[in-house]
Design a protein around this ligand. Structure first.
Ligand code: AMP
Length: 512
C-alpha cells in the first residue's frame, strides 16, 4: 500500500538502518527498528482507544517516548498536538476546548494534573500501556494508508492575541517536503548526529525530528536543565559527537557570551543553523571564529509555515552593525513582499512578507475566521485561489536579491526565542482580581515585558505573577509591573502604547 503520510519516512529509515541508533535521551536509546516498532504499538493502542482521525494530545516531557507518540499517532492516522509538560491547566483547558481531541497521551506523573479538567470526551491514555499494545498489522496499515498528504500531521499551539492560543495545523506534505529540503541543503546522511534543543511544542523541533529520520541519522535530545547552562553545552556537543545543531539564537548567544567557545574542541560539528529571532552578528562572529570552515545558516519561518520558508547560508563576515539577511525562499516555497494594497513592493521597498508553497499551514484548527484573516488568496493570482500566509513580518529585497527582515507590524514579540502575543498576557492579567485594564509593552533594550495595570490597590509583582502563571507559561510573565490609576488613551480611545513606551522604567514600578 502506498503511504502518503510522513510516517513513511520512519518505515523507510527502519528498512535501511534498522540497527542504527535513531534517538537518544537521558534515559533511553532506540534503534530505528525499535523506534518504528514502539510507534506502531502506540498507534495500535490509540486505535483501540478509539482515536480514529481525531487529534491526539501529547502531554509528556520532551523525551524519546514523546517522539514515539508523535509517530504512533501517524500510524493510527491521527494528527498529534504536542503540549508543554509545564503548561498551566487553564491554557491546556483552552487547547482541549479548541482541539476536541480523541485521546490525551500522558504518564503516571502528569496524569493527576488532568483530574478536574473537562476533557470534552477525550480519553486519557498512559504511555506505558499504549507501548504494550498488541499490533493488528492490517488494521494499522489501513489507518495509516487512509491518510492523504494534505491531511494534518500536527497541530501546534502558538500565542493568540485575544488570549486563546491558536492551533496551527500543518499537513503531511509540508513535513515531507521540508525533510527533503533539510537533508539536501545541509548534506545530512546516516552519519549525522543532531542535538535537539527546541521544545517539542515549538516547531523548530521538526527540523530535528524529521530531518534526522529522513537521513537515518541520530537525534540526541538535550536535557532541559542543560539548555540553561551555556557553559556546559559545548562539552555536551563534544561528548555526543554532534555534527549538526539547529538552535534558537538565544541559546547560541548565551554560549558565545559565556566564553565557553574559547578553546572548545568540536571537530565533529559541521552545521550550525538557527531560526526564530534575529541572530546578532557579534555573537555569530564568535561562533564563526571558534569554528572556521563550518556551515552557518540563518533560517526564517513562523509556526504557520512548516518550520522554515527562507534561508541564508552565511558566506562572508558581517560587521556587528550590518543586518544579517534571511536570504531566499526554500525549495517548494515562494515569498512575496506586498504593499498594503496587495501589489508587490519594489526592490528595497519594505512590505509584508507573505509566503506560498507546500509548507503553508492548512490554517488554525477550529478557527475559520482567524484562518481566513491570515491565510488568503494570493492577490496577484486569484484565478485558482493560490493560498498565501501573511506573516505580519516586514521585510524587503536588498540589492543582492536577498531578503532582509525588519521586524513586526503588530504586537507580537520574541522574548528569548519565545513567540508572545502581548494580548495574551493582557487577557491573563485581566483575570487577576483587582485589575481593571492592562497593557503590555516590550522593553527591547532590557529584554523584558513591562505590564501596565489599571488598579486601585497595590499588586506585589511576585504574587501577581503567581496568579498569571495559572493562565500563561512562565516565559510570558512580565519582568516589570507598573500600577496606574488610569491607562493613557489616544484621541480615538485606543490605549496609547507610545505614551506607555515613553514611561519605560519610570518610577513606582516593580522589577523581578
Ligand atoms: P514562531 O512562530 O515562534 O516560529 O515565530 C515566528 C516569528 O519569529 C517570525 O514571524 C519572525 O517575526 C521571527 N523570526 C523567525 N525567524 C527569524 C529570523 N531568522 N530572523 C528574525 N526573526 C525571525
Amino acid at each position: 500500500m502506498r503511504i502518503h503520510s510522513a510516517v513513511r519516512l520512519l518505515d523507510e529509515a527502519a528498512a535501511r538502518f534498522a540497527d542504527r541508533c535513531a534517538v537518544e535521551d537521558e534515559t533511553a536509546s532506540l534503534t530505528y527498528a525499535q523506534y518504528r516498532d514502539t510507534a506502531r504499538k502506540i498507534g495500535a493502542g490509540l486505535l483501540a482507544a478509539g482515536a480514529v482521525r481525531r487529534p491526539v494530545v501529547v502531554y509528556l516531557p520532551k523525551s524519546a517516548r514523546a517522539l514515539c507518540v508523535f509517530l504512533g499517532a501517524q500510524y493510527a492516522g491521527c494528527p498529534y498536538a504536542p503540549v508543554d509538560a509545564h503548561i498551566p491547566m487553564a491554557r491546556l483547558d483552552k487547547i482541549i476546548d479548541s482541539l476536541r481531541p480523541g485521546c490525551i497521551v500522558t504518564d503516571g506523573t502528569l496524569a493527576p494534573n488532568l483530574e478536574g479538567l473537562d476533557l470534552r470526551g477525550a480519553k486519557v491514555c498512559l504511555y506505558d500501556s499504549l507501548a504494550a499494545s498488541a499490533v493488528d498489522g492490517e488494521r494499522l496499515d489501513a489507518a495509516a494508508g487512509a491518510v492523504n498528504d494534505a491531511d494534518p500531521i500536527y497541530i501546534m499551539y502558538t500565542s493568540g492575541s485575544t488570549g486563546t492560543p491558536k492551533g496551527v495545523t500543518i499537513p503531511h506534505r509540508g513535513i515531507l517536503d521540508y525533510a527533503d529540503w533539510v537533508v539536501k541543503t545541509f548534506g545530512f546522511t546516516e552519519e549525522t548526529v543532531m542535538a535537539g534543543q527546541a521544545p517539542f511544542y515549538f516547531d523548530n523541533s521538526t527540523f530535528d525530528i524529521y530531518g534526522s529520520i529522513r537521513c537515518g541519522g541520530k537525534l540526541v535530545l538535550i536535557p532541559d536543565a542543560l539548555v540553561l547552562y551555556p557553559l556546559r553545552l559545548p562539552q555536551f556537543l563534544a561528548e555526543k559527537e554532534i555534527t549538526a545543531i539547529f538552535w534558537v539564537p538565544t541559546v547560541l548567544i548565551n554560549i558565545a557570551n559565556s566564553g565557553a567557545l574559547e578553546g572548545a574542541d568540536l571537530p565533529a560539528l559541521r552545521t550550525v543553523a538557527f531560526c526564530g529571532e534575529v541572530m546578532p552578528n557579534k555573537q555569530l562572529n564568535v561562533w564563526r571564529r571558534a569554528l572556521p570552515g563550518r556551515t552557518f545558516a540563518n533560517l526564517y519561518g513562523p509556526t504557520e509555515i512548516t518550520d522554515v520558508c527562507c534561508y541564508y547560508i552565511v558566506d562572508r563576515e558581517f560587521a556587528d552593525s550590518e543586518p544579517l539577511p534571511i536570504g531566499k525562499a526554500c525549495e517548494n516555497m515562494r515569498v512575496l513582499i506586498l504593499r498594503e494594497d496587495g501589489t508587490e513592493a519594489a526592490a528595497g521597498e519594505q512590505g509584508e512578507l507573505c509566503v506560498l508553497g507546500s509548507g503553508v499551514a492548512l490554517g488554525y484548527w477550529n478557527a475559520p475566521e482567524l484562518t481566513a484573516r491570515a491565510f488568503c488568496p494570493n492577490p496577484a493570482n486569484r484565478a485558482w485561489g493560490e493560498r498565501m500566509y501573511r506573516t505580519g513580518d516586514l521585510a524587503f529585497w536588498d540589492g543582492d536579491g536577498l531578503l532582509q527582515f525588519c521586524g513586526r507590524r503588530d504586537n507580537q514579540i520574541k522574548l528569548k526565542g519565545n513567540r508572545i502575543e502581548l494580548g495574551e498576557l493582557e487577557t491573563a492579567a485581566m483575570c487577576v482580581e483587582g485589575v481593571e485594564n492592562a497593557a503590555a509593552v516590550f522593553d527591547k533594550e532590557r529584554e523584558r515585558i513591562v505590564l501596565f495595570v489599571e488598579t486601585q490597590g497595590t499588586l506585589p509583582l511576585r504574587r501577581f505573577n503567581l496568579e498569571l502563571k495559572k493562565h500563561i507559561p512562565q516565559y510570558m510573565l512580565p519582568g516589570q509591573l507598573v500600577p496606574m490609576e488610569k491607562l493613557p488613551h489616544t484621541p480615538n480611545d485606543k490605549i496609547d502604547r507610545q505614551a506607555l513606551k515613553a514611561k519605560l522604567d519610570g518610577e513606582g514600578s516593580e522589577h523581578v
